[in-house]
Design a protein around this ligand. Structure first.
Ligand code: G6Q
Length: 543
């Protein structure tokens, strides 16, 4: 699929010219000029109401962004992804996380194989296993039911499972304890298992490749921990694997009948709805897991069928490009006003930045424009008492995605209305600020007027839904996945590889044996790395 380089697309030029006008706009005027703006710049899909009216946009901006999507062939590329074309060009693979949530009665034949049938075979095996564990029929080596589930994985094999477990904790089986071990720092493993009884503990080793150093190191320690109390024969009942690599799973000593597979066309950061979600299914049960998949699929259908101006992922992706490339805002903050979503920012950090933090186009040309902005965030209202000062009055403008719900899963007194009033108030304060005249009219002392002025004109999106359910979570994640896709397509990059993480891993493997204080091998790195290693050896020896 050939497109012109981004800066040569006519809409890019037109947007550059249009930006010159935009730089003199203020949201206060845009709203007072159009009393209906707060209703007009909204759209709704899969239970998510999306208000993007507080972006620095006009109808002309939206038409030009629409034009940019057309010239960038976003819809054609979306269709190619859903058809199983090899969009991950540097690894020559299809990008088919959307097949993970296609209904059982559908089919998608890719490279001669019906991938939907494969997906549902695994889902059914996962469901049987999850039910056995949840109802206490899966017994450990000493005939005890499983009470603790420890997922060992990292990156895409950890962030999705943790985020989803926390997000859906309300729906989880409370008799089961869940822990997630990712860091190669032994503290993570040791602290996670210190109060667990091995007889009642099941480990899920989640690794697409089954060759990730951190995961294999933690899995080996888990095995030693279990074997130390229950003996080698206990491994079969206390370890299951989620992987694409049956050979390595078997070599590790896990019976492949206790392995749940997935495929190389599922990227790690797009895998929470594959077997990598086994811990999620164990926590919330197969029915809720299927409901989550339906939510993903509903957003997929919307992405495939809605016109650009009503299409949530298209709108979100195009606005992200407008804010990043034209207005020059280098970060995006995601603020879920729901405690259950407290790991969502960490999850989105990987989804967005590992996907779109790229400096070359698909054909290897250096980009001449900004790509992936930095995503970060914290749940509300906590952030308000820390970094929101910078959001309101700092010299860097940070577009914000606010996420809130009409109903709390834990209704208690006035909590929820207090929480949600803060969503609306923060978005309002960011957009409209407070002028010196308003402050003076309110009787503020002249000496502090300047310090208290808030310029406003700071963009935000608000996503509002009825309640956080498994289905809604699926739709929300699919929305961000596809928004990332739209942005990557505009920028002409491969959002599905991650070559930038390789070099650090290789260097660490070389350095590990050099950290032995007894090592006499001459260090041959740069002078800083050499000195750091020498200092480390010294501290270790004399500590
Ligand atoms: C995600 C990345 C990366 C990956 C981890 C774990 O898109 O590829 O975060 O998920 O490196 O890899 P394994 O699942 O193979 O252990």
């Amino acid at each position: 699929m050939t497109t012109q380089p981004l800066p040569q697309r006519p809409a890019w030029d037109a947007l550059t010219a249009h930006y010159r006008d935009a730089s003199s706009w203020h949201l206060r005027e845009l709203f007072s000029d159009d009393p209906n703006r707060g209703r007009r710049f909204t759209s709704e899909a899969a239970g998510l109401y999306f208000d993007y009216s507080k972006n620095l946009i006009t109808d002309d901006t939206m038409s030009l962004l629409d034009q940019l999507a057309l010239e960038s062939k976003v819809e054609e590329r979306r269709d190619a992804m859903f058809a199983g074309k090899h969009l991950n060009v540097t690894e020559d693979r299809p990008v088919l996380h959307v097949a993970l949530r296609m209904p059982k009665n559908s089919s998608l034949v890719v490279d001669g194989v019906d991938v939907v049938a494969q997906v549902h075979q695994v889902l059914e095996r996962m469901s049987v296993f999850a039910e056995l564990v949840r109802c206490g029929q899966w017994r450990g080596h000493t005939d005890q039911p499983i009470k603790n589930v420890v997922n060992i994985g990292i990156g895409g094999s950890d962030l999705g499972p943790v985020m989803a477990f926390e997000a859906l904790r309300h729906f989880s089986q409370r008799e089961l304890t869940f822990r997630f071990v990712s860091n190669v720092d032994a503290t993570d493993f040791v602290e996670s298992v210190r109060d667990l009884n091995p007889e009642e503990t099941l480990f899920i080793i989640s690794s697409k490749t089954f060759s990730t150093l951190e995961t294999l190191t933690n899995a080996t320690s888990a095995r030693q921990w279990l074997v130390a109390s229950l003996g080698e024969a206990a491994v079969a009942k206390h370890f299951v694997a989620v992987s694409t690599n049956a050979e390595k799973v078997a070599a590790f000593g896990i019976d492949v009948t206790n392995m749940f597979g997935f495929w190389d066309w599922v990227g790690g950061r797009y895998s929470m709805d594959s077997a990598i979600g086994l811990s999620t299914m164990l926590a919330v049960g197969p029915e809720n897991f299927y409901e989550m998949l339906e939510g993903f699929h509903e957003m997929d259908r919307h992405f495939c069928t809605a016109p650009v101006r009503q299409n949530l992922p298209m709108l979100m992706g195009l606005l992200a490009c407008w804010n990043n490339n034209f207005l020059g805002y280098p970060t995006v903050a995601v603020m879920p006003y729901d405690q259950y979503l407290h790991r969502l920012p960490a999850y989105l950090q990987q989804l967005t930045m590992e996907s779109n933090g790229k400096h070359v186009t698909e054909d290897g040309q250096r980009v001449t424009y900004l790509t992936g902005p930095v995503y970060w965030g914290e749940p509300g209202t906590n952030g308000q008492h820390s970094f929101y000062q910078l959001l309101h009055q700092g010299t860097t403008v940070v577009p914000v995605d606010f996420i809130g719900f009409a109903r709390s899963l834990n209704p208690l007194g006035a909590h929820h209305d207090i929480l949600m009033s803060n969503v609306f108030a923060q978005a309002q304060a960011l957009a409209f600020g407070r002028t010196a005249e308003e402050l003076r009219a309110a009787g503020v002392d002249e000496g502090v007027v300047a310090a208290r002025v808030m310029d406003g004109n700071r963009p935000s999106n608000v996503l509002l839904a009825k309640v956080l359910s498994p289905r809604l979570l699926g739709s929300l994640i699919a929305l961000y996945e596809h928004s990332v896709f739209v942005q990557g397509t505009l920028w002409g990059i491969d959002s599905f590889d991650q070559w930038g993480v390789e070099l650090g891993k290789q260097l660490a493997v070389e350095i590990t044996p050099e950290l032995d204080p007894k090592s006499t091998e001459k260090l041959a790195h740069d002078s800083s790395t050499n000195a750091l290693i020498e200092q480390y050896r010294f501290l270790k020896k004399n500590g």
